[in-house]
Design a protein around this ligand. Structure first.
Ligand code: GRF
Length: 207
């Protein structure tokens, strides 16, 4: 069985989309462990509701970031995960972690990469920047994770219209509903079925 591990810091609506897709049989796999750096992250409750292991592991519990990453690596290695999803994980992982699971970590970013991404572009800040620039289309991107923020190979993208009068909150909700919750489970499904390969940093579909 294809095993999925997850890292989350907040509400976990993207995690929910994946838990639902697994439950509906759309993803041929199982979520085996959800780890959060926030004790009260609702993502942990979502995991428990689906009888998935929910673990609180904060940087604060370790002497150094290095030891924290070691603990995360051994946690997921011991669960034999085939994929780790970053479902709103607000910690930047170093090359140590990303190399330990090379091409096996996926992230969802709420813009059309390479626009509005990289250092400082997270949460509502992304949507604020989109509105400030006045672009008419935004969207979401699922990509593999390498050691730099938002630069890994792009797996799926979906565009979403920016409308007059949008606030960052309204736009964030539309991007989630019309893009994130659709393309993240879809990317996991494709990967679990062996339907994507990385060729020279470019993701290609194999059907
Ligand atoms: C989402 O907007 C996602 O794109 C970003 O962090 C947010 C997480 O939201 N990486 P949720 O915890 O999945 O609801």
């Amino acid at each position: 069985m294809f095993k999925i591990g997850a890292l989350a810091s907040g509400g976990g609506t993207n995690l929910q989309a994946i838990l639902d897709a697994v439950e509906l049989g759309k993803i041929n796999g199982e979520v085996v462990s959800v780890v959060s750096n926030k004790k009260d992250a609702f993502a942990l409750e979502r995991a428990k509701k689906h009888n998935v292991e929910a673990v609180y592991m904060s940087r604060k519990l370790f002497k150094s970031f290095d030891e924290y990453e070691d603990a995360l690596i051994s946690h997921f290695k011991s669960r034999n995960v085939d994929l780790i999803i970053l479902a709103g994980f607000m910690v930047i992982l170093s090359a140590k972690f990303t190399d330990a699971f090379k091409n096996k970590i996926m992230n969802i970013h709420p813009s059309l990469i390479p626009s509005f991404c990289g250092k400082g572009f997270y949460g509502l800040k992304v949507h604020e920047a989109v509105l400030e620039k006045g672009v008419k289309l935004t969207g979401a991107t699922v990509h593999f994770v390498d050691s730099t923020a938002d630069t890994g190979p792009i797996i799926l993208q979906k565009a979403v219209e920016v409308k007059d009068g949008d606030t960052p909150e309204v736009l964030q909700k539309r991007v989630m509903e019309e893009a994130e919750w659709i393309i993240f489970p879809e990317a996991v499904r494709l990967f679990a079925e062996g339907k994507i390969v990385i060729d020279n940093n470019i993701v290609r579909r194999v059907d």
